[in-house]
Structures are given as structure tokens and as C-alpha cells.
Design a binder for this molecule. Structure first.
Ligand SMILES: Cc1cc2nc3c(=O)[nH]c(=O)nc-3n(C[C@H](O)[C@H](O)[C@H](O)COP(=O)(O)OP(=O)(O)OC[C@H]3O[C@@H](n4cnc5c(N)ncnc54)[C@H](O)[C@@H]3O)c2cc1C
Length: 408
């Protein structure tokens, strides 16, 4: 059965409401079990909504803590903070993203002659003979979603059993997951490969897979040893870049894939005159994306644009809104020209294709007399500086972060 994710905030809120009763101890006890696409009530399936901020981390954590005690919802809240942590970690080390993207391009150039060519083709066709892996390839294509444990097993089998380059596996996930996210995806693949926590790998075993899929799979021939991959030393983390104060006065609001709840983001001193937006989803990979992923994301961006136009209006009329042909300087300049705008405001995008598009666009538009300014959520500004080291010191800060009133 295909679980269909509806690309709206309304659907995200409905999924949250349905899941809240499960988010306490039941989640902590059962979340590692993957009983297949027809039985997913032990996990929230909120990631497509959280990843695009159709619903925010703050809303999810608040709603769960309104129903459960801090102790019983601790595991679920920590999982939500994994997303925040990965984003912060990558934001402080953008070179890791650039290196990954460079490696993917170089590997794709070699793929017709590389020694792993046939193994890659068999993996992508779901033709490895490893029952679980072949099933997950199909599930990824039809659902655009895999359970977290299946993602870990899949990545481990890809790297250590099939001995394929981890970067191509990460690119496959990034293209095919509706929740495809630069930070969570790239850094989770690095974690499995033993690059993220140097030397510490994740080995998928037949016993663990059989146990947590409750006998749905009994894979044969899995690697019995996972030797960590190595890489050139990473640059030290940089301090979190300060976001300059917003220009005051009239501006247009630009909506993009990475934050689709602009009603809850503050633009102090800015008088928003109109709203537009576009998706950069196709820039996730040089390879084409499945329509499942493109359609979800583009429709989610449209939902974000129309809600912003309705809810930001300070009059009874909604603001004028439109979907642009792309997240690029030419499209934004045409829109700005039509509305006589010299300032565009938008949500800060974390490291990834949207950030790259915004930075490129801002540089080009500056030469054409248009300023692009961003606002970053307190949630990110307060949490990200603590993602300099591993998750465990970050985790210690969660209670303090939650106590900070303004975080949102
Ligand atoms: C190899 C690999 C690749 C991944 N790629 C992505 C990706 O591209 N996009 C993505 O959103 N997540 C990714 N994840 C993280 C995680 O698997 C998904 O966020 C989670 O499975 C989503 O399902 P859920 O909403 O039902 O999670 P739940 O278990 O219900 O968790 C609630 C929320 O917590 C967050 N969360 C839970 N586990 C993680 C985690 N390990 N890392 C980060 N956040 C987490 C998500 O926002 C999730 O919606 C990846 C994990 C692995 C191992």
C-alpha cells in the first residue's frame, strides 16, 4: 500500500495530532521496529513535514510535551533534536557538503567504467539477491520514505556488503526520499561509513534485521566486518555566521523549500507587500528526481506561499502572491520589477541547494539594485552553535534550549 503524504501544513498537523498519543514510552520502546509500509504507527512519519517546516520543530515538541511528561517523551524529543543537531553541524562545516557534492559529481562521471559499475546497476535495480535490500529499493521508489532502521541497514549494506561508494547511496536517498535533507542524509551516511564519528561504523547484521523486521526478512551474505572509511582531515568548525539586521520598510517575501511556515517567522520592521516563491527541489541532484518527490515539494511550496499571503496580510485582503518559474535571480528580478520592490526578505536556508541558490541570487540581484535579506529562527540560532562536537554533549543542552522562551 502506498502511504500518501499530502503536501500541506494541514496534513502535517493532522499527522501530528494522530501521533501525539504514541510519542511517549510506547515510541521509545517500539520505534526501532520496521514492520513494513502497512504498519507504521510506531513512528510519526512527520519527517516530510518537519524537513520542509510545514510544521516546525517547536510546534511538534510543544504538542508532545503538552500531552506527555518530559521523562516519557524524552526519546521522541531527542529524535527531533537530531534533525536540529545535524543541520547545525553542517552549517558550521559547509566544506563537508561541498566535498560530498564534488565527490558525487566525480563518481557519476566514472560510473560507466568503474569496477563497481555492475554492482551499482544491480543495487539500483533491486537485483542483489539480498531480500531486504531489494525490497527497500522498491519501497523507496513507491513510498518516498523508509523507516530509520531500514535507512541504517540499507546504508550499511550499500557500503560494507556491496562495497559501493557511500556518496552515490546518499545521492540516491537524497533524490528519492520525500524528506530528503542535505544535513540529515549526508551526515547519517557519513555516520554509517565511520566518517562522522571517526572509526565508528554501523554494521547491519542478519540477526538484527530479522529481529526488528519481525521475521519479514532473512538476508544472506551480509558483510561480517565494517572497516571505517577514511578521508582527508576536515576543517575545524567555523563560528555560526551572524545574520545581519533586516532592512526596514517595504519588501517582498520569498518562500522556499526549507521553511514553509513563514507565518511563524518574524521580520521585524519589514512591511511585506507581496509574496512569491519557488522550489529548488531539482537541485538536490544532477540526476532526475522521481515525480513523487518533485510533486510533493512543489505543492508544499505552493501551500507555503498561499498561507503566507493569507495570514501575513494586515488588511482583510490577502496579499498578492505567485509561484515563480524558479529560485533564481532572473525570476525574482521580474517579480520585484512588477511590484516595484528593492528589498526581498526570506527565511534563512541551512547548508544545501536552497542556500546555494539564495547566495547566488543575492549576489546577482545586488548588482541590479535589489537586496535579499534573511531572517533565521531563534530555534536555529540558539541550538546550532552547540553542534560543534558529538550529539551527546548537544543532547545535554536540550532542556536549556527548550527553556529559552523565545525559541521558535
Ligand atoms: C542513512 C540515513 C539517511 C537519512 N536521510 C534522511 C533525510 O534525507 N531526511 C530526513 O529527514 N531524515 C533522514 N534520516 C533520519 C531519519 O531516518 C528520518 O528522519 C526518520 O526516519 C523519519 O521518520 P519519522 O518521521 O517517522 O521519524 P520518527 O522516529 O517519528 O522521529 C520523529 C522526528 O525526529 C527526527 N528524526 C528522527 N530520527 C532522526 C535521525 N536519525 N536524524 C535526524 N532526524 C531524525 C525527524 O524529524 C522525525 O520526523 C536518515 C537516516 C539515515 C540512517
Amino acid at each position: 500500500m502506498i502511504h500518501s503524504f499530502s503536501p500541506t501544513r494541514e496534513a502535517g498537523l493532522a499527522a501530528l495530532t494522530t501521533f501525539i498519543p504514541e510519542a511517549g514510552r510506547r515510541y521509545a520502546q517500539s520505534r526501532n521496529h520496521d514492520l513494513g509500509p502497512d504498519a507504521r504507527s510506531n513512528v510519526s512519519m512527520l519527517s516530510p513535514y518537519l524537513r520542509h517546516r510545514l510544521i516546525t520543530e517547536r510546534e511538534v515538541v510543544d504538542a508532545v510535551l503538552a500531552r506527555h511528561t518530559v521523562a516519557s517523551a524524552e526519546k521522541f524529543v531527542q529524535e527531533v533534536f537530531w534533525r536540529t543537531y545535524w543541520k547545525g553541524w553542517l552549517e558550521l562545516r559547509p566544506a563537508v557538503w561541498r566535498r560530498y557534492r564534488h565527490d558525487v559529481a566525480a563518481l557519476l562521471d566514472q560510473r560507466d567504467t568503474a569496477e563497481w559499475r555492475d554492482d551499482l546497476a544491480a543495487a539500483l535495480a533491486g537485483n542483489t539477491g539480498i531480500d531486504c535490500f531489494d525490497a527497500w529499493i522498491a519501497e523507496l521508489a513507491t513510498e518516498g520514505y523508509l523507516h530509520n532502521h531500514a535507512r541504517m541497514w540499507f546504508a550499511s549494506i550499500w557500503i560494507f556488503t556491496l562495497r559501493l561508494p557511500w556518496q552515490l547511496g546518499a545521492d540516491l536517498f537524497y533524490r528519492q526520499l520525500i524528506d530528503g535533507d542535505a544535513a540529515s542524509n549526508t551526515l547519517s551516511w557519513r555516520w554509517v561509513a565511520g566518517l562522522q564519528t571517526p572509526g565508528k561504523t554501523y554494521l547491519a547484521t542478519a540477526h538484527n534485521i530479522a529481529t526488528y523486521t519481525e521475521g519479514r526478512f532473512s538476508p544472506h551474505g551480509l558483510a561480517t566486518h565494517a572497516e571505517a572509511l577514511s578521508e582527508e582531515r576536515l576543517p575545524d568548525p567555523a563560528p555560526l555566521v551572524e545574520v545581519p539586521a533586516l532592512p526596514q520598510g517595504r519588501a517582498g517575501l520569498l518562500v522556499h523549500d526549507d521553511d514553509l511556515h513563514l507565518e511563524s517567522l518574524h521580520f521585524p520592521g519589514v512591511d511585506i507587500a507581496c509574496v512569491s516563491g519557488a522550489s529548488a527541489v531539482a537541485a538536490r541532484s544532477v540526476l532526475p528526481l522521481p515525480s513523487l518527490v518533485e510533486d510533493f515539494t512543489r505543492a508544499a511550496v505552493s501551500d507555503g506561499i498561499s498561507r503566507a499571503a493569507q495570514n501575513l496580510a494586515n488588511s482583510s485582503q490577502p496579499l498578492a502572491s505567485e509561484t515563480l518559474s524558479g529560485l533564481n535571480a532572473d525570476a525574482v528580478e521580474r517579480w520585484a520589477g512588477a511590484h516595484n520592490l528593492t528589498t526581498i526578505v526570506t527565511a534563512h536556508a541551512p547548508v544545501g541547494p536552497v542556500q546555494e541558490a539564495l547566495l547566488g541570487m543575492a549576489a546577482q540581484l545586488a548588482c541590479r539594485g535589489i537586496t535579499v535579506a534573511t531572517a533565521r529562527r531563534d530555534w536555529d540560532s540558539l541550538a546550532w552553535p552547540h553542534a560543534r562536537r558529538g550529539f551527546f554533549p548537544f543532547r545535554e543542552r536540550i532542556p536549556k534550549l527548550l527553556a529559552q522562551q523565545q525559541i521558535g
